[in-house]
Design a protein around this ligand. Structure first.
Ligand code: NAD
Length: 265
């Protein structure tokens, strides 16, 4: 992106940034001169290639920490890693997520536990560890990647909707709690973005509903979005860069929709 958001030299953690939205947001920050700690699962060789390429094409230092977002001790170490590597932490993007689509009566309890841990509890643990650092700096930005499903529900997504509503609630509580500290906390609520997570859902929804994958896209996925278009990575990056810049100083405790009109209906 061409605009300068005045955040060069800041330090960011983006959880779940080995793929999809997380990697796109990490890249947008790195392109602004932000030093970024990547996190997430995947093939170590591929992660290292992506880390090197991002570092080579930006003016930023890019590190990787493999914390498992189901493990509070590893999440605390991820936040501490920012201080060990860079001596500060300016931006925390809680983005890691998984999905499971199933009728409630068949929903596997272990999937419920995993979704709540990775989407909701990880945001709590990372925020809890980051806040003392940001408060001491007198400035910080926490951005939670929630979802339109943090504001409205869809069938077969009980754990995801519950976790994302929880993320929006956490965002509001932390936002008001920190309102006089220079640290803001906001949620971005995207509509559908065509990432690996959504590609997998298209297949899962087709099985749950007993219809073809093309019909899932037309009648289920984009049926929810009045503009009939997937949200693009740049649309989310624009909102993130606004929030983490000085222009975002008055926005806190907000759940900001980027969803083609979905939650306006
Ligand atoms: P994705 O599957 O492409 O990426 C998910 C990331 O989370 C990956 O980097 C993965 O390794 C990481 N992750 C999963 N489990 C983890 C664990 N235990 N520990 C550490 N990292 C873990 O998905 P995405 O579509 O880019 O989703 C990113 C976020 O955006 C999620 O929170 C998702 O709910 C949210 N979101 C996505 C959409 C969409 O349409 N794709 C819409 C709204 C919100």
């Amino acid at each position: 992106m061409a605009a300068d958001y005045g955040i060069a030299g800041h330090v960011a953690i983006v959880t779940g940034s080995t793929s999809g939205i997380g990697f796109a947001l990490a890249s947008a920050l790195a392109e602004q001169g932000v030093h970024v700690i990547l996190n997430g699962l995947g093939d170590p060789a591929q992660i290292e290639t992506n880390r090197r390429e991002l570092q080579a094409r930006t003016n930023s230092s890019i590190r990787y920490h493999g914390a498992d977002m189901t493990r509070p001790d590893e999440i605390a170490d991820l936040v501490d890693f920012a201080v060990r590597e860079f001596g500060r932490l300016d931006i925390l993007v809680n983005n890691a997520g998984i999905q499971h689509v199933s009728p409630i009566e068949d929903f596997p309890p272990e999937k419920w536990d995993a979704l709540i841990a990775i989407i909701l509890s990880s945001a709590f643990h990372a925020t809890r560890a980051a806040v003392p650092i940001m408060k001491a700096q007198g400035r910080g930005r926490i951005v939670n990647i929630a979802s339109a499903h943090g504001l409205v529900a869809s069938p077969f997504k009980s754990a995801y909707v519950a976790a994302k509503f929880g993320v929006v609630g956490l965002t509001k509580a932390v936002g008001v709690e920190l309102a006089r500290t220079g640290v803001t906390c906001n949620a971005i609520c995207p509509g559908y973005v065509k990432t690996p997570l959504v590609e997998a859902q298209i297949g899962d929804q087709a099985r749950s509903r007993g219809i073809s994958e093309d019909r899932v896209v037309d009648e289920v996925i984009l049926a929810a979005q009045p503009n009939k278009a997937f949200v693009e990575y740049d649309h989310l990056a624009g909102m993130l860069l606004y929030l983490v810049s000085d222009m975002g100083a008055s926005a806190t405790g907000a759940a900001l929709s980027v969803d083609g009109g979905w939650t306006a209906t």
